[in-house]
Design a protein around this ligand. Structure first.
Ligand code: SF4
Ligand code: SF4
Length: 335
């Protein structure tokens, strides 16, 4: 395992971090085995969030007794002082620790970022917690380039998390600027939310970019941990065959694809929006028609139920034309 310095924080972390989204799907026993595999592999950076339901709690329980071997990073959507103070306390309790290494402002838009920094905003609580020794460093996560750019000029920002993978390279120039300022770049969505099937190639692609400090694929089981470690450990240049495969995947996915982040929820009529697109992807791309139809048909609300209210589109950080995409999915599935 390669270890790097996390930008201005000065923390030493493994280049491969543990993404804490998929752990929500396992029980406490499986989470214990998963984190044991993470520890054995030498992965020291753990990313979670207040918003990932039980993720903080499962991680806290699984690493108890080994806390000092990890750099813990979490985040919250709280934008005001009181909400942030409350969430920091909850994170500390969930993670079973008295100190969190990195606390991040989770995906603010420009207006929310202003609120965070204004009097009474979340930054006040973050600074207080830092002074009290409850948290060590501050960062921010973003999905839009404009927020990334703005964050580069905020003196308190020590790390920026941004989506980066072989089909989402829009952050590359800003990542280079961050590196110049010694702000750590944490690459999230390395598999584009699961849209890229070839995990090894996806991680190897990111590994080639020297401006990425840490990459954090979500990990679900010990086998996935091993595969990710193997992929990231291979620092050899991409072969011509791999480059051709990358181009093929780019052609296949285009830009209007769902990253399964679920920021669009809740749908007004209860459609599981990312699931619709997931099943449609399988139907169209991989010839798994029966599998996709069975799962689609089991959904209580289907694409055809969309009332075109547009509420989801306002929340989608990728500005996907969800209403149009729902119509296409309804046509594909016939419902
Ligand atoms: S536009 Fe359709 S999919 Fe989006 S929230 Fe409204 S009903 Fe749901
Ligand atoms: S439609 Fe947009 S917000 Fe919803 S899961 Fe997909 S990418 Fe995320």
């Amino acid at each position: 395992m390669e270890y790097v310095t996390l930008g201005k924080t000065g923390l030493k972390v493994s280049r491969l971090g543990f993404g804490g989204i998929p752990i929500q799907r396992v029980d406490a026993e499986a989470a214990g085995k998963l984190l044991e595999a993470v520890r054995a592999a030498g992965i020291t950076y753990i990313d979670t969030a207040r918003g990932y339901t039980v993720s903080e709690e499962l991680i806290g329980q699984a690493i108890e007794g080994h806390r000092d071997q990890f750099v813990l990073a979490t985040k919250t959507m709280a934008r005001d002082r009181d909400g942030m103070a409350k969430d920091i306390q909850t994170s500390l309790k969930n993670l079973r620790t008295d100190y969190i290494d990195l606390y991040q402002v989770h995906n603010p838009n420009l207006q929310q970022l202003e609120q965070v920094c204004a009097p009474g905003g979340a930054l006040e609580a973050l600074m207080e917690a830092k002074e009290a020794g409850k948290i060590g460093h501050l960062g921010l996560t973003a999905h839009s380039a404009e927020v990334f750019e703005k964050a580069l000029d905020l003196p308190w920002v020590e790390t920026i998390m941004f989506p980066y993978n072989l089909v989402e390279t829009q952050g590359e120039a800003l990542m280079a600027k961050a590196a110049e300022k010694n702000i750590a770049v944490i690459a999230m969505k390395p598999l584009a939310g699961g849209a890229i099937e070839d995990g090894r190639l996806a991680l190897r692609y990111i590994r080639q970019n020297p401006n990425v400090t840490v990459l954090i694929p979500g990990m679900y089981c010990p086998e996935e941990v091993s595969k990710n470690v193997e992929a990231v450990s291979d620092s050899s240049p991409l072969s011509d065959e791999e480059k051709a495969r990358i181009e093929e995947i780019r052609q296949q996915l285009g830009t209007n694809f769902c990253r399964r982040c679920n920021y669009c929820a809740p749908c007004t009529v209860g459609i599981g929006i990312p699931n619709v697109f997931l099943f449609q992807g399988y139907l169209r791309r991989y010839g798994l028609g029966d599998w996709a139809r069975d799962r689609y048909n089991a959904m209580a609300a289907k694409a055809g139920d969309c009332v075109e209210c547009g509420a989801c589109e306002e929340r989608c950080p990728y500005h996907l034309p969800i209403r149009e995409m729902m119509k296409a999915a309804a046509k594909d599935f016939g419902a």
